[in-house]
Design a binder for this molecule. Sequence first.
Ligand SMILES: *Cc1c(COP(=O)(O)O)cnc(C)c1O
Length: 485
Amino acid sequence: MANSTQGDRVLPSAALWASHKNMVMEPLESNDPEVHNIIKKEKQRQRLGLELIASENFASRAVLEALGSCMNNKYSEGYPGQRYYGGTEFIDELERLCQKRALQAYQLDPQKWGVNVQPYSGTPANFAVYTALVEPHGRIMGLDLPDGGHLTHGFMTEKKKISATSVFFESMPYKVNPKTGYIDYDQLEANAQLFHPKLIIAGVSCYSRNLDYARMRKIADSNSAYLMADMAHISGLVAAGVVPSPFDYCDIVSTTTHKTLRGCRSGMIFYRKGTRSVDPKTGKEVLYNLESLINQAVFPGLQGGPHNHAIAGVAVALQQAMTPEFKAYQQQVVMNCKVLSTALIELGYDIVTGGTDNHLILVDLRSKGTDGSRAERVLELCSIACNKNTCPGDVSALRPSGLRFGTPALTSRGFLQDDFRMVAQYIHKGIELTLRVQKDMSPKATLKEFKEKLEEEKYRRELKVLKEEVEAFAGTFPLPGLPVL
Ligand SMILES: *Cc1c(COP(=O)(O)O)cnc(C)c1O
């Protein structure tokens, strides 16, 4: 077919456009029914299940609209005002707005703090900080993974360095006291004195108590180390002021944006500007030089083009995080978590540290005679999502004794205290069933054998009854997000 012309513009041939049009203009549902169908199934799973994974949340409709926007299309390597691409006028406007909101959400003075909103997620954000501040094989201390820290804070076994943080830097973990479950700051202090870290990380993925940032600042200062908070899990709680802010004590604060903060998946790094210290002898000010180090580490050090659609979603989430409604939501998250903790204690469960200050609890199943992997599997089959986790004093990371439960996601669906008392009952039913199945087999049975046992007809039936009960309950609550997918 011949090209048609319109003025001096040559249009593609009608045939080319007709075929192309289908590909680029058609809705997902008809363009790719296979993917559309998978997303629909996942949406249904989210609607009918009890989402108790502490790191998850349901992003709002507005956040997902920004995330699914044309901002996805634009390359903009560099920073606002200094890009390697043209056409970045609105990208610059967006990134600056996101930065401004990030500082506002945490009540930071732009003279004293700056923020990089380009990290693709929490892991690249942390790695950018390390490469900015610590030389190759320099020393880093973070909470050990089995004690509630994160992989990116450095993790290795006796045989192998697992986390890239441990491969490219020297990491020495600090621990919780195995008896109390609280971080052992005395031991951290003593070990820091020997190890002389360049960077100490205050941050957790599975720890239900507030951190003692003031104490950690002192330990960092006595070793001339930087103190970084990784507030990935609690950034929404911090924005709402329901847990202590790390900003008062830290040089750097990294975070994800999709956990309690309830944005899309992304990361941010806050860094101090201005005076770092005053030399007591000369009276001279020592200035922070973090801004250029951090920015260069993110780009061009580790990343390429920013994910501008994600930055748009984060900007929307940050705006929401400054509202009274968000503060009320976070207060409810913490209240719900205390209710869940108390209800489980009343049902005879051990909660590590005896309770919670934040959005999560760790249930120690050792006294019940089961472990995290078995209970997690049974709960999963009943549409209750949570994760297995090591408990303080666990001998093997391969057989974690606990389950981690968090309240941010269900609180976003409007769950209140009474609803979480019901949730505790459903968890209890699942764990009772776990114990019955275990009684029905050899105490030495492997996890694989346990999972096979669950396939037996009588257990399949029991699991189905509980699953239907859970889904009938969860299905009555609204689900934030886009109207269809
Ligand atoms: C979740 C988490 C991260 C990593 O975030 P990703 O977005 O999964 O890369 C880093 N640090 C802490 C403390 C976390 O909980």
